[in-house]
Design a protein around this ligand. Structure first.
Ligand SMILES: C[S@@+](CC[C@H](N)C(=O)[O-])C[C@H]1O[C@@H](n2cnc3c(N)ncnc32)[C@H](O)[C@@H]1O
Length: 286
């Protein structure tokens, strides 16, 4: 199974969310729940709650507007630079409601996008949000911490993971990186982001919210606070190791370990609530 992107054509059907890869991670918790057992990974439940409760763009992107250009806009600019001479298939890992997929589809008519997510509800929203791109967008349910066994080698030209890796376990991140090294073609690039040394995920959110309050954005902050029960699940995830927010240096090391030849910092993200860049976009080249 190598090198022919046409093998992906069957996934570009507008009406379906298709399950791919090793489904144990996706199916097992539902099965266990139906048997009255506790879910193995509390984060699975978190994403479901999150997807059901929030209009992601209204909630995160618009309620904390100081991050809109500095986080999503900055990533979009980097993606635009990497899309310039590229055609073929772009993978959007942890696509959520399709925010990054949309920016790719709007920036280039020469590519198609496969959005992967563990949570079916996000994929349903993504399908609705990207309806105008039918035929160029595919929606795949997969646990990215497990092998994407039905995806052939070397079929993607660019792969994105925007604000996804801190939510995966350390071992899970390595599996996901290894799979990207496998599915990207010889000139493929993996673009991802992570937090700069010395910045924790909680600290980042606290600072963003504090800044918004200083700016008098009480409504946005109240909207953001609705996330509290989900944030508690993330805390549980961090304690149990289900979620591992690695630093940039650590993440770059893992990417080299799984076989990426060159790994670079391509964009530092800044926010007025931090004196230093708080996050970095990383490019890993095959
Ligand atoms: C913070 S959201 C980021 C969404 C989008 N990439 C963006 O930047 O707007 C993280 C996404 O990763 C997904 N996710 C978390 N763990 C996952 C896993 N193990 N496999 C696949 N997707 C996962 C979540 O369901 C959620 O949609």
């Amino acid at each position: 199974m190598s090198g022919n992107p046409d093998t992906l054509d069957r996934y570009f059907v507008p009406t379906e969310v298709i399950k791919v890869g090793d489904q144990r991670g996706v199916v097992a918790p539902i099965f266990l729940q139906s048997q009255g057992e506790k879910i193995d990974n509390p984060l699975k439940g978190a994403w479901k709650q999150y997807a059901q409760k929030f209009n992601y763009e209204a909630w995160l992107v618009n309620s904390i507007p100081s991050t809109k250009d500095r986080v999503w806009g900055a990533f979009a600019e980097v993606v635009g630079e990497f899309l310039e001479d590229r055609d073929g298939t772009v993978f959007d890992l942890g696509t959520g409601p399709g925010t990054s997929s949309r920016m790719v589809l709007e920036k280039s008519k020469r590519v198609r996008v496969m959005g992967f997510d563990v949570e079916e509800e996000w994929l349903r929203q993504s399908r609705e949000n990207l309806a105008e791109f039918a035929g160029r967008a595919a929606y795949l349910q997969a646990d990215l911490t497990r092998p994407l066994s039905s995806i052939p080698d070397e079929v993607a030209t660019l792969s994105l993971a925007h604000w996804v890796t801190p939510y995966l376990s350390k071992e899970g991140q390595k599996v996901m990186y290894g799979e990207q090294a496998r599915v990207l073609g010889p000139k493929g690039v993996f673009l991802t982001n992570n937090l700069e040394e010395g910045v924790t995920y909680n600290e980042m959110l606290k600072r963003f919210v504090g800044w918004e309050m200083q700016q008098g954005n009480a409504e946005g902050v109240a909207e953001f606070a609705k996330m509290r029960p989900v944030a508690d699940l993330f805390d549980e995830g961090r304690k149990s190791g289900a979620m591992y927010p690695a630093t940039v240096t650590e993440q770059m090391g893992m990417l080299k370990e799984v076989g990426f030849g060159k790994v670079e910092r391509v964009r530092e993200l800044t926010h007025p609530s931090f004196d230093q860049p708080f996050s970095v976009v990383i490019a890993a080249y095959k």
